[in-house]
Write a protein that binds this ligand. Structure first.
Ligand code: ZN
Length: 409
């Protein structure tokens, strides 16, 4: 997928979705140009076949064929000869590193442009330059793909990522790939509690189209995560939903507690598609799951965010943590202690057998019995006790098997 020239519309994102669909069953949804979606209007579709600059001596300065970052994403078509001074007004360079090519966009202001390294730009001699952007900006559609994996209930978990960036690996092919792998893993599960809806689309306009097209689905979303930038070496980061006290917030915070260096951040209305899902009209329980948040790593939006920057072990760690979060929401429950007057005699039931005093298994039994009054969930018990959710879950299963606990509807 890396070489594809993705944007918020066009054939690059369609081809990316076609590749995702090899791993998960994807329904492709096209929302036509001009459609009013919430407070937005679907823009013209952009496609690009080539782009280059030829210097006064005929040598090629930059070529889209070498890197799709060289063309301003959404650049209007141009075929002209311009002076160096005029060319400079249409060239973007990296703000700090003279050797990097930046990634720049101009979705909603129509203009033509190129991106190149500061070093390359500074070396250009005065003279006439031929500039060509062989692109089209015309009526088409915004394209997104969604996969629905049905569980025991219609209550939904919404997992989304954005697929609108061109050749940039961490931001955000890592999210595109990770969500595909999560989809494959969920599809292998014999029984899911929730119905999972996985969404790949362009940032902002994609989630706005999805929200506009799915007003009745929105009512069924119980938990959600926006997944992005999950392949870099930085520690895991979770940004809470706008509400900040939802079950997905607690589940993610609980899982990240055992990840070295991880961070849990409070809500802020800056970032990715969580801005749309958590806007006050929808106010969905959707948090943001990443390693280093997109604009906080030096390689961000530049040619340095390449396939060497993303490593398998970081993608793997992100995958495992995400699956752990899903495990928590899949198996979180609330119980009532059926023998609440004094402690039940656990030894008589064989529940203390073979365990030393104070083991985490024993502690988990005591915490679950103590806090299971029909209001505290297992996740809340795990948080309050400092025990791992999996240990608390196991203790509840053992107590329920001995009729000491009953699941609270
Ligand atoms: Zn980005």
């Amino acid at each position: 997928m890396f070489p594809l020239c993705r944007s918020i519309t066009g054939d690059g994102i369609r081809e990316t979705l076609r590749l995702v669909a090899r791993d998960v069953p994807l329904e492709i949804v096209e929302t036509p140009t001009g459609t009013e979606v919430l407070d937005w209007v679907v823009p013209n579709e952009w496609n690009v076949r080539g782009a280059w600059i030829d210097g006064p001596d005929g040598t090629r300065v930059v070529d889209f064929k070498d890197s799709n970052l060289h063309v301003l994403n959404y650049s209007a078509p141009i075929d002209a000869t311009v002076s160096l001074d005029e060319l400079r007004e249409h060239v973007f360079t990296h703000h700090s590193d003279p050797d990097l090519v930046p990634y720049r966009t101009s979705y909603y202001v129509e203009r033509w442009g190129f991106c190149m390294s500061r070093r390359r730009l500074d070396a250009l001699a005065p003279g006439d330059y031929r500039v060509v952007v062989d692109s089209t900006l015309e009526p088409g559609a915004v394209t997104y793909g969604e996969a629905v994996l049905h569980g025991a209930t219609d209550d939904e978990v919404l997992l989304t990522t954005y697929a609108c960036h061109p050749s940039l690996a961490n931001d955000n092919l890592s999210g595109v790939a990770l969500l595909a792998e999560v989809g494959r893993a969920l599809a292998r599960q014999p029984a899911l509690r929730y119905t999972y809806r996985l969404l790949w689309g362009p940032g902002t306009i994609g989630s706005i189209c999805w929200l506009a097209n799915n007003r009745e689905v929105v009512e069924r979303v119980r938990h959600g995560l926006v997944v992005s930038s999950v392949g870099d070496p930085g520690p895991l980061t979770y940004k809470k939903s706008r509400r900040g006290n939802t079950e997905i917030d607690a589940a993610a915070a609980h899982v990240l507690r055992s990840e070295p260096g991880s961070r849990v951040l409070d809500w802020s209305p800056y970032g990715g598609d969580e801005r749309q899902f958590c806007s006050p009209g929808f106010d969905l329980p959707v948090g943001a799951f990443s390693r280093t948040p997109a604009d906080q790593f030096p390689e961000y939006h530049s040619s340095a965010d390449d396939l060497d920057f993303v490593r398998p072990e970081h993608l793997g760690g992100s995958f495992e943590a995400l699956i752990d979060v899903i495990d928590v929401i899949e198996s979180n429950d609330t119980y009532t202690n059926l023998s609440p007057f004094g402690e039940p005699q656990l030894g008589r039931r064989g529940l203390y057998r073979g365990l030393g005093g104070g083991s985490s298994e024993e502690m988990a039994l005591l915490w679950v019995l103590s806090l299971s009054d029909g209001t505290s969930s297992l996740l809340e018990i795990a948080e309050r006790s400092g025990l791992r959710f999996a240990d608390v879950r196991l203790a509840a299963d053992r107590l329920a098997a001995h009729d000491l606990l009953e699941r609270t509807p």
